[in-house]
Design a protein around this ligand. Structure first.
Ligand SMILES: Cc1ncc(COP(=O)(O)OP(=O)(O)O)c(N)n1
Ligand SMILES: Cc1nc(C(=O)O)sc1CCOP(=O)(O)O
Ligand SMILES: [Mg+2]
Length: 201
Protein backbone atom coordinates (compact mmCIF):
# COMPACT_ATOMS: atom_id res chain seq x y z
CA UNK A 1 0.00 0.00 0.00
CA UNK A 2 1.24 3.50 -0.82
CA UNK A 3 0.41 6.44 1.44
CA UNK A 4 0.44 10.00 0.23
CA UNK A 5 3.63 11.67 1.53
CA UNK A 6 1.60 14.50 3.12
CA UNK A 7 -0.51 13.29 6.04
CA UNK A 8 -2.62 16.08 7.53
CA UNK A 9 -4.12 15.64 11.00
CA UNK A 10 -7.03 17.87 12.07
CA UNK A 11 -9.48 18.07 14.96
CA UNK A 12 -12.73 18.85 13.16
CA UNK A 13 -14.73 18.16 10.02
CA UNK A 14 -14.69 21.90 9.48
CA UNK A 15 -10.93 21.78 8.90
CA UNK A 16 -11.46 18.89 6.50
CA UNK A 17 -14.06 20.89 4.58
CA UNK A 18 -11.61 23.78 4.36
CA UNK A 19 -8.30 22.05 3.60
CA UNK A 20 -9.12 18.85 1.70
CA UNK A 21 -10.43 20.75 -1.36
CA UNK A 22 -6.95 22.32 -1.67
CA UNK A 23 -5.60 18.90 -2.68
CA UNK A 24 -4.96 17.02 0.58
CA UNK A 25 -5.14 13.30 -0.21
CA UNK A 26 -4.53 11.79 3.23
CA UNK A 27 -6.15 13.21 6.36
CA UNK A 28 -6.73 12.03 9.90
CA UNK A 29 -9.66 13.20 12.00
CA UNK A 30 -8.32 13.32 15.58
CA UNK A 31 -11.03 14.41 18.01
CA UNK A 32 -10.38 13.89 21.70
CA UNK A 33 -13.33 15.15 23.76
CA UNK A 34 -16.81 15.08 22.28
CA UNK A 35 -20.28 13.64 22.90
CA UNK A 36 -20.83 10.51 20.86
CA UNK A 37 -23.65 11.94 18.73
CA UNK A 38 -21.54 14.97 17.78
CA UNK A 39 -18.50 12.80 17.18
CA UNK A 40 -20.50 10.56 14.89
CA UNK A 41 -21.74 13.60 12.95
CA UNK A 42 -18.15 14.88 12.58
CA UNK A 43 -16.93 11.51 11.32
CA UNK A 44 -19.82 11.25 8.87
CA UNK A 45 -19.22 14.74 7.50
CA UNK A 46 -15.47 14.07 7.21
CA UNK A 47 -16.12 10.81 5.35
CA UNK A 48 -18.49 12.51 2.91
CA UNK A 49 -16.07 15.35 2.17
CA UNK A 50 -13.13 12.98 1.69
CA UNK A 51 -15.20 10.74 -0.59
CA UNK A 52 -16.15 13.75 -2.76
CA UNK A 53 -12.51 14.74 -3.14
CA UNK A 54 -10.97 11.30 -3.56
CA UNK A 55 -9.07 11.67 -0.28
CA UNK A 56 -8.28 8.94 2.22
CA UNK A 57 -9.82 9.59 5.65
CA UNK A 58 -8.23 7.98 8.70
CA UNK A 59 -10.23 8.08 11.93
CA UNK A 60 -8.17 8.34 15.11
CA UNK A 61 -9.12 6.30 18.19
CA UNK A 62 -12.88 5.87 17.59
CA UNK A 63 -12.82 2.56 15.77
CA UNK A 64 -16.37 1.45 16.63
CA UNK A 65 -17.95 4.61 15.22
CA UNK A 66 -15.60 4.43 12.24
CA UNK A 67 -16.93 0.95 11.45
CA UNK A 68 -20.55 1.98 11.96
CA UNK A 69 -20.11 5.04 9.74
CA UNK A 70 -18.57 3.05 6.90
CA UNK A 71 -15.05 4.42 7.18
CA UNK A 72 -12.21 2.23 5.96
CA UNK A 73 -9.06 3.31 7.84
CA UNK A 74 -8.32 3.94 11.51
CA UNK A 75 -5.28 4.95 13.55
CA UNK A 76 -4.67 3.54 17.02
CA UNK A 77 -2.02 4.11 19.66
CA UNK A 78 -0.69 1.29 21.78
CA UNK A 79 -3.23 1.78 24.57
CA UNK A 80 -6.03 2.08 22.03
CA UNK A 81 -4.83 -1.16 20.44
CA UNK A 82 -4.79 -3.01 23.77
CA UNK A 83 -8.42 -2.02 24.37
CA UNK A 84 -9.65 -2.57 20.81
CA UNK A 85 -11.29 -5.61 19.25
CA UNK A 86 -8.80 -6.26 16.48
CA UNK A 87 -10.85 -9.14 15.11
CA UNK A 88 -13.90 -6.88 14.74
CA UNK A 89 -11.77 -4.25 13.04
CA UNK A 90 -10.40 -6.83 10.59
CA UNK A 91 -13.82 -8.39 10.08
CA UNK A 92 -15.15 -4.97 9.07
CA UNK A 93 -12.32 -4.68 6.53
CA UNK A 94 -10.73 -1.58 8.03
CA UNK A 95 -7.12 -0.70 7.37
CA UNK A 96 -5.09 0.06 10.47
CA UNK A 97 -2.23 2.41 11.31
CA UNK A 98 -0.40 2.06 14.62
CA UNK A 99 1.74 4.41 16.72
CA UNK A 100 5.16 3.35 17.97
CA UNK A 101 7.70 5.09 20.18
CA UNK A 102 10.16 2.37 21.22
CA UNK A 103 11.26 -1.12 20.26
CA UNK A 104 8.69 -2.88 22.45
CA UNK A 105 5.91 -0.88 20.87
CA UNK A 106 7.27 -1.60 17.41
CA UNK A 107 7.24 -5.35 18.12
CA UNK A 108 3.66 -5.10 19.42
CA UNK A 109 2.62 -3.11 16.39
CA UNK A 110 4.22 -5.45 13.86
CA UNK A 111 2.60 -8.45 15.54
CA UNK A 112 -0.79 -6.84 14.89
CA UNK A 113 -0.02 -6.75 11.14
CA UNK A 114 -0.96 -3.10 10.55
CA UNK A 115 -1.14 -1.28 7.23
CA UNK A 116 1.39 1.31 8.35
CA UNK A 117 3.54 2.08 11.35
CA UNK A 118 4.01 5.61 12.73
CA UNK A 119 7.11 6.73 14.59
CA UNK A 120 7.20 9.82 16.79
CA UNK A 121 7.86 12.33 18.01
CA UNK A 122 10.65 12.95 15.49
CA UNK A 123 11.12 16.52 16.75
CA UNK A 124 9.71 18.21 19.86
CA UNK A 125 5.95 18.72 19.63
CA UNK A 126 3.79 21.25 21.42
CA UNK A 127 0.55 19.44 20.60
CA UNK A 128 0.60 17.01 23.50
CA UNK A 129 2.80 16.03 26.39
CA UNK A 130 4.93 13.07 25.35
CA UNK A 131 6.83 10.71 27.59
CA UNK A 132 9.38 10.04 24.83
CA UNK A 133 12.27 12.30 23.94
CA UNK A 134 12.42 13.38 20.30
CA UNK A 135 13.48 10.36 18.25
CA UNK A 136 15.65 12.19 15.70
CA UNK A 137 16.16 11.36 12.05
CA UNK A 138 18.47 8.34 12.46
CA UNK A 139 15.69 6.54 14.28
CA UNK A 140 13.56 6.76 11.12
CA UNK A 141 16.18 4.76 9.20
CA UNK A 142 16.31 2.20 11.99
CA UNK A 143 12.50 1.89 12.03
CA UNK A 144 12.37 1.56 8.26
CA UNK A 145 14.64 -1.50 8.39
CA UNK A 146 12.27 -3.22 10.82
CA UNK A 147 8.96 -2.06 9.37
CA UNK A 148 9.56 -2.48 5.61
CA UNK A 149 7.71 -3.24 3.42
CA UNK A 150 5.05 -1.49 5.52
CA UNK A 151 4.81 2.26 4.96
CA UNK A 152 6.44 4.33 7.71
CA UNK A 153 4.80 7.55 8.89
CA UNK A 154 6.92 10.16 10.68
CA UNK A 155 5.16 12.50 13.13
CA UNK A 156 6.01 15.22 15.61
CA UNK A 157 7.23 18.76 15.10
CA UNK A 158 7.36 18.48 11.32
CA UNK A 159 7.58 21.46 8.98
CA UNK A 160 8.15 21.79 5.22
CA UNK A 161 11.79 22.64 5.97
CA UNK A 162 12.21 19.29 7.77
CA UNK A 163 10.64 17.19 5.02
CA UNK A 164 13.80 16.36 3.02
CA UNK A 165 15.47 14.99 6.15
CA UNK A 166 12.45 12.90 7.08
CA UNK A 167 12.09 11.33 3.62
CA UNK A 168 15.85 11.12 3.17
CA UNK A 169 15.95 8.81 6.18
CA UNK A 170 13.23 6.51 4.85
CA UNK A 171 9.84 7.84 5.94
CA UNK A 172 7.03 7.33 3.44
CA UNK A 173 4.64 9.93 4.81
CA UNK A 174 4.98 13.01 7.05
CA UNK A 175 2.15 13.72 9.49
CA UNK A 176 1.50 17.24 10.77
CA UNK A 177 -0.84 19.17 13.03
CA UNK A 178 0.55 22.37 14.54
CA UNK A 179 2.57 23.68 11.61
CA UNK A 180 -0.65 23.95 9.63
CA UNK A 181 -3.47 24.45 12.13
CA UNK A 182 -1.61 27.11 14.14
CA UNK A 183 -0.15 28.81 11.07
CA UNK A 184 -1.39 32.37 10.45
CA UNK A 185 -2.41 31.19 6.96
CA UNK A 186 -3.36 27.49 7.13
CA UNK A 187 -4.50 27.40 3.50
CA UNK A 188 -1.21 28.76 2.16
CA UNK A 189 0.76 26.49 4.48
CA UNK A 190 -1.24 23.47 3.25
CA UNK A 191 -0.33 24.37 -0.32
CA UNK A 192 3.32 24.67 0.74
CA UNK A 193 3.15 21.18 2.23
CA UNK A 194 1.60 19.73 -0.92
CA UNK A 195 4.36 21.28 -3.00
CA UNK A 196 7.16 20.36 -0.59
CA UNK A 197 6.09 16.70 -0.55
CA UNK A 198 5.56 16.49 -4.35
CA UNK A 199 8.94 14.83 -5.08
CA UNK A 200 7.88 11.84 -2.96
CA UNK A 201 4.33 11.56 -4.37
C1 LIG B 1 -0.07 9.26 12.25
C2 LIG B 1 -0.23 9.26 13.74
N1 LIG B 1 0.80 8.86 14.50
C3 LIG B 1 0.68 8.86 15.83
C4 LIG B 1 -0.49 9.25 16.42
C5 LIG B 1 -0.65 9.22 17.91
O1 LIG B 1 -1.61 8.23 18.30
P1 LIG B 1 -1.79 7.92 19.87
O2 LIG B 1 -0.47 7.50 20.40
O3 LIG B 1 -2.94 7.02 20.06
O4 LIG B 1 -2.15 9.34 20.46
P2 LIG B 1 -3.42 10.22 20.14
O5 LIG B 1 -3.22 10.86 18.78
O6 LIG B 1 -4.65 9.36 20.14
O7 LIG B 1 -3.42 11.26 21.21
C6 LIG B 1 -1.53 9.67 15.61
N2 LIG B 1 -2.70 10.07 16.10
N3 LIG B 1 -1.38 9.65 14.26
C1 LIG C 1 -0.49 13.29 17.95
C2 LIG C 1 0.95 12.99 18.01
N1 LIG C 1 1.41 11.73 18.22
C3 LIG C 1 2.75 11.69 18.25
C4 LIG C 1 3.52 10.48 18.50
O1 LIG C 1 4.74 10.56 18.60
O2 LIG C 1 2.88 9.44 18.57
S1 LIG C 1 3.48 13.19 18.03
C5 LIG C 1 1.97 13.92 17.88
C6 LIG C 1 1.80 15.37 17.66
C7 LIG C 1 2.01 15.77 16.23
O3 LIG C 1 1.64 17.05 16.11
P1 LIG C 1 2.59 18.24 15.63
O4 LIG C 1 2.70 18.12 14.15
O5 LIG C 1 1.79 19.41 16.06
O6 LIG C 1 3.89 18.14 16.36
MG1 LIG D 1 -4.94 7.31 20.22
Amino acid sequence: MKLDPFYLIVDSAQWIDRLVPLGVKLVQLRIKEMEEADLRAEIRRARETCARHGSQLIVNDHWRIAIEEGCDFIHLGQEDLAAADLAAIRQAGLKLGLSTHDHNELATALAAEPDYVALGPIYPTILKKMKWAPQGLERIAEWKEHAAPLPLVAIGGLTPERIPGVFGHGADSAAVVTDILRNPDPDARTREWIEATAPWR
